[in-house]
Structure formats: C-alpha cells, structure tokens
Write a protein of this length. Sequence first.
Length: 462
Amino acid sequence: MSRRTNALAAALSLLVLGSPLIAGCGVQTTIAELTKLIETNPQVAAAYYNRGIAKYDLKDYQGAIVDWAKAIDINPQYVAAYNNRGLAKRKSGDYQGAIADYNKAIEINPQYADAYYNRGNAKRKSGDCQGAIADYNKSIEINPQYADAYYNRGNAKRKSGDYQGAIADYNKSIEVNPQYADAYNNRGRAKYKLKDTQGAIDDFNKAIEINPQLAIAYSNRGNAKDELKDYQGAISDFNKAIEIIPQDAAAYYNRGNAKDELKDYQGAISDFNKAIEINPQYAAAYYNRGIVKRESGDTQEAIADFNKAIEINPQLAIAYSNRGIVKRESGDTQEAIADFNRAIEINPEYAAAYNNRGIAKKNLGNYQEAIADYNKAIEINPQYAAAYYNRGIAKYKLKDTQGAIAELNKAIEINPQYAAAYKTRGIVKELVGDLKGACADWKEASSLGQKDAAGWVEEECQ
C-alpha cells in the first residue's frame, strides 16, 4: 500500500477559506476548480499539489508528476510533493526516479516514515530486496505500529527466500491490524513454501473470511489443495477466483493443472486455451498444454506447444526436456538427445534431464554413456528411484546381473510401490537361477498392476 501525506479533501481545506472546493466534489470537478485557482494565482504550491493528488487518483500519473514538479518549483521544501511524485514515478515504472524523490523527502525530513516505506517499495520493485528491508526497518523504527511496513518487509524477505523471517513480519502486521487480509494471504504463501500446507490453507481461509473478494487467496488456497491432492476442492477455489476476476489467466492455468490430475484432458486443454487467449505470452500454459496433449497421445501438437513455450522463454529447461521425451518416444533419438543437452546446458542440476538423456543413449545401445548420465542424476538427487531403475537396466544389458539387482533393490527401497522394478528384478533373478526370488518379485509386481508379470507367475511359478 502507498501512503499520501494528506487526503484530498483535507488538503483542499488548507487553501482559501470559503472556497467552493469542498469535500464531496467529484475528482473532475475538483481538477477544474483547482485549475481556475491556478489561473488566478499561479504561485499557490498547494493548488498544484492537490491537483496532482486528483490526477493521481484518476491514474493520470504523468499529469500528477507535472503538477507536483510545479509545486516543488514554487516551494523546494515541499516534502509531501517529493513523496507523492515518487509514488507516481513508481507507478509509471521509473523506480530510480522514485527513489531519487524519496531521497529528497528524507533529506528534508529524516523522520518521514512514509518516505522510507515508499522508498523500500521502489527498491523491492527494482529487485533490491536488502535495500528495501533496510528502508522498512527505518520506517518501523520511526513508527513501530506501521502495519504496512511489516507486511512489505515480509514480502521482501519472502522474495529473498527467508520464509521464517517473512512469517514473523506478517505476524507483527496482523498483530497491529487483525483485519489485514493480504497479510494472512502472504503468510499462507510463506507457510506453503515451508511445506506447511495445512497452515497455509488456514491462513488463506482467514484472508477470505476478512475479504471474500480477494481472488488471489482463492487461487492460493486452490494451489495448496492441489498439493494435498484435493483436486475437486482446488477446482472449486479456482472457479471462485475466476468468478471474481474473469480475466485471471493464472487461475485458468491452475484449474487446467487440477483437471489434468483428474485426467480430464479436454477440460484441462480448454483452460490452458483460455489462459493463452488472455495472455498469449504465457509460456507455462503452452508447456502444460503440451504435457496434456502428450498424455492424450497427440504428440505433434504437444511438440508444437513445447516449441511455442521455448519461443516465448528460450531458458525454459523443462520444455526442452519434455520435448525431448516426445521426440524419443517418436523414435527421433538424436533430436531428443539434443533437447536434453540444451535442458542440461540451461540447468546443470536438472536430474530428470540427465535421466532422460540416459534413456535415449540406452536406446542407442550406448550403455556406458547411459550409466554416466544416471550417475549424474543420482548424484543430484540420491532419492531418484527411476534413475536407479534405469541404471539397473543398463547394467543388465551389460550382463552385470549382480549390479543390476543391486540397483533395482535401491529403486524398490526408495519406492516400495515400484511395480516395474519388481518385474525387472524378477527377470534378472530368473536369469541367475533364483526362480523362487523371481516368482516372489513377479507376484509383487502383479499385485501392483503389472499384467505381464501375472502371466509369468502362472507359467513359471506353479
């Protein structure tokens, strides 16, 4: 939230006694009356100042900047004019210009809490979170009951990854103002980042209770419910967010993801279509639409969506990786490897890309190179069950049966429901003459849904 030193009506009362500029006039009427006053007496700084406020309220930020500049020309010590001109510059995206104005306001009045607060907002918007925090600290030092300063200091800490520090600030903001819906909402976001999903939902609930029209709180609660696999509950929340803001592209996008989890592929595609219609540069929506199309068997359309996502965001490593998967599944193995290479180039810690490149190399018969990729995937993520499984297959192909069994053991240890790992371990055990062990593995695989393993139990294990 931004603070102005004076409300428009209060400021107008400081002008000429008996003036027709009274509280209750419309903003356009106020501007017209102030313009008449300026024509009569061009040296009244307060008239320019208040006309600037009226223009700011109409979102005419450039017009407001011009008026506040004139007020400053007439009165170079007009501290509120510097502060307000900073607000208008920030709204216009001129963060450095805004900071310069707040600097001047602070120079004139070193105890101006709002100027420190607003300078903190400009620094945060320009990416200087630590500088923003320092300014919020100062505004809080001057005014320990400054709820907005605690709130935005929390936002800066959250953006910096200090989620516990952010929660402490949101707590203080709520203590000062128990009806601060945005503070509950953002505290929920910080809790969500710390994996306290139920705590996050509780905060989103409170934000919605205070402000039933806070669309972002419904969206955030929907994401938390999605995390808990309550996909229907998530969809209900995204529906509400869309009802409040029908052009909320992110809500359509998130609803599409929930529908995908429910295997409502057409519903998911419809939502991604809408998100893209609202925001044609929404790379993630193209990417996820591509995922759903791949799941639906429409590989060419999936590739087209991944292409578009990459066109919009050439650094979207996950899009290269998934395009590589589709190409690999279509038999275009070399092109798939090129995509996995690019994903790894963008993100050298991308474990799944190494695993997928390993599968492609295995398909070409390059088992040692495949193992090297699986090694890297496991180095990045030691709990990557699929990488152990795939490394086991590569070792099996190299006739290292004991090594293969050890890898499959590890995959099953990490994921005891890994049906394919039981089935494959059974195959290797049969190969080394352990039919009893093979049958035990195939029975487990069969119980987990592996139909061919059930057939082997019938044929080999009676």
